[in-house]
Design a protein around this ligand. Structure first.
Ligand code: SAM
Length: 289
């Protein structure tokens, strides 16, 4: 492994990582995968030259995409993660004692393999008895009838559908037919949540998709979190359901119990309530749909 310090420039912005060593770089039929030991941001994981996570701040994204739906749901038992090959979301889902099984469907098995090798949490959650790892297209996974009405929470933790490194396989996960398949796989009272791109750079995309989701689900609430090493900075997610309203429904007691035993780095009950307040331009764009 080379030990010289190397700078990686993310196209179109001045985000620079000082890399001490290259842990892995390979190209699969789906994407270019890179894992790097950086000088100050821990391990950096990139797909197609786009920052997926750094171990210095990955907890923001993973706590917020998992705990907002999980604490809004009255009793989440069966969870599905589409994408999520770095197993960070899986780690957060498994913190919930009510969760009895988590299925993860990642299109690129090499992302899982390399994450298990280079990300500190990944191996333990991969072998957790409640975990089932599937390698395949999430879109196809949801086609099979045996998923119908099965999941209390479905989390789509995919690569990007917009921007310079948009991926075809990920864009499928932001379509009306995908949202329809997700809806079919939800158990009564189920909640779906997805990463929804940057609340700064992808305002029109978020507004358009919020309108689309509101035609399918009775309750749709975008929410945000600040991820320092994401070029988009303020990252957006959406939470959709027919029966649960995450702005009002929150298992406060269960949260306090879990917060005592397993420290959250970013998520909290106050954060849960405030994250639905959106930047004015994004709010206006959603209302104008
Ligand atoms: N959790 C990280 C973060 O903090 O943003 C990054 C997300 S995770 C690495 C994104 C994963 O989605 C990638 O591993 C990619 O292979 C996977 N993916 C993209 N399209 C997919 C699809 N259609 N079905 C299943 N997985 C997909």
């Amino acid at each position: 492994m080379s030990t010289s310090v190397r700078e990686i420039l993310v196209p179109g912005c001045d985000l620079v990582f000082h890399v001490e060593s290259v842990l892995a770089e390979e190209t699969t039929p789906f994407q270019k995968i890179g894992f790097y030991q950086t000088q100050s941001q821990g391990v950096l994981m990139m797909l197609d030259n786009t920052v997926m996570l750094t171990t210095s701040d990955e907890y923001v994204y993973h706590e917020m995409i998992a705990h907002v739906p999980l604490f809004a749901h009255p009793n989440p038992k069966r969870v599905l993660v589409i994408g999520g090959g770095d197993l960070g979301v899986l780690r957060e889902v498994l913190r919930h004692p009510s969760v009895e099984e988590v299925h993860l469907c990642e299109i690129d098995g090499r992302v899982i393999d390399l994450s298990r090798q280079f990300l500190p949490w990944a191996e333990a959650v991969a072998i957790d008895p409640r975990t089932t790892l599937n390698v395949g297209d999430g879109f196809a996974f949801l086609e099979s009838d045996d998923q119908a009405g099965r999941f209390d929470v479905i989390i789509t933790d995919s690569t990007d559908a917009v921007g310079m490194q948009a991926q075809e396989q990920a864009s499928r996960l932001f379509t009306e037919s995908y949202f329809g398949k997700v809806r079919k796989a939800l158990a009564p009272g189920g909640i779906v949540v997805s990463q929804f791109e940057s609340a700064f750079h992808n305002v029109d995309f978020i507004a358009r998709n919020t309108r689309l989701l509101r035609e399918l689900f009775d309750v749709v609430h975008p929410y945000t979190a600040t991820v320092p090493t994401y070029v988009g900075g303020l990252w957006c997610f959406y939470c959709a359901s027919d029966e649960v309203n995450p702005r009002h429904d929150f298992r406060q007691e269960d949260y306090e119990q879990l917060a005592e035993s397993s420290e959250f780095q970013y998520f909290s009950d106050a954060m849960h309530r405030s994250c639905f307040v959106l930047p004015a331009r994004l709010q206006r764009s959603i209302e104008a749909q």
